[in-house]
Design a protein around this ligand. Structure first.
Ligand SMILES: [Zn+2]
Ligand SMILES: [Zn+2]
Length: 389
């Protein structure tokens, strides 16, 4: 691996930061200690710090030279509501809270890069270090964007990365175009008319209506979405009734939709409303649909993906950079930043064996061996994008 010496020399210190963050996990928008730690370190490195961007978000601004060029580098800071199963010294000190997605490692890699760049200033332009809260389904990226992130801290391009268990340490995976699905949750409330179960002719049975809706909704992916596009519609909840001899008044359906383009998400949203209402009305009931898009699809700009892959090639060699790996059905809210600024989200190997435990598992841990490599990616991306004249 071709790690710049200064970053290699920060490995022990970065590992200590990572363990400290891991031991003190905080849920989305509650990252008080973590954001204070980030702000204190950035300040100590001599970087201008802005706190409270998107509630608990932090932005560090580092300028060198006179160029108007700019770049954004993003890491997420939040943990998950999971009880950690690990017994090592840096295990979570907080019951029911755990860094089970490696955001402790992402934050540390970006802090390491910030320190190295603040020392060397080997670039010409502005670097915005973006420490995002609440990635795990709570809308932290959107909160920062809505708080004027890119108006206050303009970025011409933006980069972020997520660890990937199963991919060996020392490897990257970079995909151009769509990479991760957009996602939404939905609830459908069917209202019929309650009755005695032995006298259905006096009511409107919402259970039967919900069952027809559940079946009919499957025609959206099968018959409305083009076969060349990809979507998933899963009904994961059906709730109705409390007694054997009562036809209830209402039935509830809920579930999730995933797709790789905004257009397909919107198509599924519209079709769901049409099908649910149409089926309900046809059977004498009514249906209300609440469709909430929580994540946009993560779409990498082709040029910026190519750029990211070149940096990875330089660091680990082209044979260790997986190009265009399969689409990922999970979602990532960095997508909201990529909607505003062209950039690339990539994966960094968390290891086989030791580092292979899947994210969101109580036995997961970020692999400290990946820390210098992730920091080196950010540093080399800045030094190359904002190359001194
Ligand atoms: Zn996660
Ligand atoms: Zn994550």
């Amino acid at each position: 691996m071709n790690i710049p010496p200064r970053i290699a020399s920060l490995h022990a210190e970065m590992t200590a930061w990572r363990h400290d963050i891991h031991a003190h996990p905080e849920l989305g928008f509650e990252e008080e200690r973590t954001s204070a730690l980030v702000a204190d370190k950035l300040t100590a490195f001599g970087i201008e710090v802005h706190r409270g961007v998107g509630r608990t978000g932090v932005v560090g601004v580092l300028r060198a030279g006179s160029s108007a060029r700019s770049i954004g580098l993003r890491a997420d800071m939040d943990a998950l509501p999971i009880q950690e199963a690990n017994a090592f010294d840096h295990r979570s000190r907080r019951a029911g809270r755990m860094h089970a997605c490696g955001h402790d490692g992402h934050t540390t890699m970006l802090l390491g890069a910030a320190r190295a760049l603040a020392e060397s200033r080997n670039f010409d332009g502005t670097v915005n270090f973006i420490f995002q809260p609440a990635e795990e389904g709570l809308g932290g990226a959107r909160a920062m964007v809505d708080d004027g992130l890119f108006e206050r801290f303009p970025c011409q391009t933006i980069f972020g990365m997520h660890n990937r268990p199963g991919l060996p340490v020392g490897r990257f995976a970079v995909r151009s175009g769509p990479m991760m699905a957009g996602g939404g949750f939905f609830d459908i409330r069917v209202t019929g008319k309650g009755a005695h179960a032995a006298r259905p002719e006096t009511g409107v049975d919402p259970v039967i209506v919900a069952a027809h809706i559940a079946t009919a909704l499957q025609t959206i992916v099968a018959r409305n979405v083009a076969p060349t596009d990809t979507a998933v519609l899963s009904i994961t909840r059906i709730l109705a009734g409390d007694a054997y001899n009562v036809i209830p008044q209402t039935a509830l359906l809920g579930g999730t939709v995933r797709a790789f383009s905004k257009e397909v998400m919107a198509q599924v949203d519209q079709a769901m409303r049409r099908v649910a209402k149409g089926v309900a009305e046809g059977l004498g009931a009514s249906a209300e649909v609440d469709f909430r898009t929580l994540f946009a699809p993560t779409i990498n700009d082709a040029d910026q993906a190519e750029f990211a892959a070149l940096i990875c090639n330089e660091l680990v060699g082209a044979d260790r950079v997986e190009r265009d790996p399969p689409l990922i059905m999970a979602s990532e809210d960095f997508s909201y930043m990529l909607e505003k600024v062209p950039g690339c989200y990539l994966n960094i190997g968390n290891g086989e064996g030791e580092g292979a435990c899947e994210v969101h598992n109580p036995a997961y841990d970020f692999n400290d061996r990946a820390l210098p490599l992730g920091a080196a990616f950010f540093v080399r991306a800045v030094e190359t994008k904002l190359k001194k004249g």
